[in-house]
Design a protein around this ligand. Structure first.
Ligand code: UDP
Length: 429
């Protein structure tokens, strides 16, 4: 079967993606994490002189992977590492299939037909034919571009790493079995947390993601900017604001968020913001957005906001304007929105799924929930105990400072790249 292989918003393969953000000098990070950490980064980066790191993923816009690459690339470049970023090309049919594969890897029931696997392979083959591999280290992110490993023979000295951002601990078996032969050919695989991975005959590394504290998404904002953003979206500041920022995706459960809000609203007057955009590799989002709007009905206190990509200051402002931040995902990768919320010292209510429990210790740095009723109960608790909520937020910020900032992530990646050239004493899982 022949499928349409169209250009979406992605640039052509090998038109290197230009990260949307500029870089901050390392000295700025020293103020946050201390000078010894930055010194260590310089030392490690120096050992990668002359190596090209080629990152490959499926979208330059939307979602956690693009978010991280947009921050990581400029910083690696600032440290003198030649890191570049390419995006595979695919049409709607391909991205429909990869979305199903993504959901299935998260353990969601999805029927993936042989014809769908054919679509996946057909587009993969086009990318294999067209994408130039030039990296000394080829860093392939997530399942969409996984089949590019078939080009390994064309660059026999290159080190290939598969970076999986998904929790694949309970995958749909046929989908995992389909991907496994590709993954096994990589030199190494990276997962975000110990519980996310699978036994593999290749080296595995565990590296959790991060946020950049100096990015527009996370930097401190003056109150006037926060007020202006609220004004722009017609959100009054006269009652508590509960917020979920996410792509419009079933797994983010925006309807569940509305249900939880309705339970809270019976007791405490409040308003709800559900804000997010779409990713170019996610064709489902328009439908989810429409369904979320419908579920909100005509409640003037529910604000469903479509946020165009690149609106980082707006997202930052909405997070900072919030009384409680929610992430009621049914499944989650790492959950960077929670990292962002905690860095802003916000009290959070989040599902105990994916990477969220690594970030939220229940009753210490936020509240975990397992259902709509549980989310509503936790939100009520935070709204009615501001001192408690403040303490959780402050604990959360410190936890993020220690564990989930860009500097720690960079160090892990630099060590990972260096490890590719040190393969002795390897223990396979
Ligand atoms: N995000 C964004 N715009 C949106 C929705 C999300 O910039 O409309 C960002 C969000 O702030 C976070 C990332 O995209 O940095 C989402 O990462 P997360 O790990 O929470 O979820 P994913 O989308 O990767 O499943």
């Amino acid at each position: 079967m022949s499928i349409k292989y169209e250009q979406r918003d992605n640039p052509s393969p090998n038109e290197n993606v230009k990260p949307s953000s500029q870089c901050h000098p390392c000295s700025e990070y020293e103020k946050i994490v201390g000078s010894s950490i930055v010194e260590e980064l310089r030392l490690l980066a120096g050992k990668l002189q002359g190596k090209v790191i080629q990152n490959i993923n499926s979208t330059s816009v939307g979602g956690g992977v693009a978010e991280i690459l947009n921050r990581m690339l400029p910083m690696l470049q600032e440290l003198g590492v030649d890191a570049r970023w390419d995006v595979i090309k695919g049409g709607e049919g391909f991205f429909n299939v990869t979305k199903k594969i993504h959901n299935a890897l998260h353990g969601k029931t999805e029927e993936i037909t042989p014809q769908m696997f054919e679509i996946f392979m057909e587009t993969s083959q086009r990318n294999i034919d067209e994408m130039k591999i030039y990296g000394d280290i080829v860093f392939v992110h997530d399942p969409q571009p996984v089949a590019l490993i078939r080009k390994k023979a064309s660059m026999p000295d290159a080190k290939w790493i598969w970076r999986c951002h998904i929790d694949v601990s309970t995958p749909n078996k046929p989908v995992w079995d389909f991907l496994k032969p590709f993954i096994h050919q990589y030199d190494s695989a990276v997962f975000s947390a110990p519980g996310f991975s699978q036994p593999l005959p290749i080296r595995q590394f565990l590296i959790s993601p991060s946020i950049d504290p100096l990015s527009d998404k996370n930097k401190d904002l003056p109150q006037e900017i926060i007020d202006k953003v609220l004004e722009k979206y017609h959100i009054p500041n006269d009652k508590p604001i509960i917020t979920q920022i996410s792509r419009f995706d079933y797994l983010k459960d925006p309807i569940g968020v509305i249900e939880a809000y309705r339970l809270v609203k019976k007791r405490i007057d409040c308003q709800l913001i559900i804000a997010g955009g779409t990713a170019t590799d996610d064709p489902e989002s328009t439908k989810v957005f429409a369904e979320t709007r419908e579920a909100a009905a005509n409640d003037a206190d529910i604000h469903i906001l479509p946020i165009p990509s690149g609106s980082d200051i707006e997202i930052n402002a909405l997070q900072r304007a919030s009384t409680v931040i929610v992430q009621k995902s049914l499944r989650e990768g790492f959950g960077l929105t929670i990292t962002e919320a905690l860095w802003k010292a916000k009290p959070v209510v989040a599902s105990s799924t994916g990477g969220i429990p690594l970030q939220v210790s229940h009753k210490y740095s936020g509240l975990l929930c397992h259902s709509v009723a549980g989310a509503a109960f936790a939100i009520k608790q935070l709204l009615s105990s501001p001192e408690y909520a403040k303490r959780l937020g402050e604990n959360g910020r410190e936890h993020i400072r220690q564990n989930f900032l860009l500097t720690r992530h960079l160090k892990d990646y630099l060590l990972l790249f260096l490890c590719m050239y040190h393969t002795e004493d390897v223990v396979y899982l």
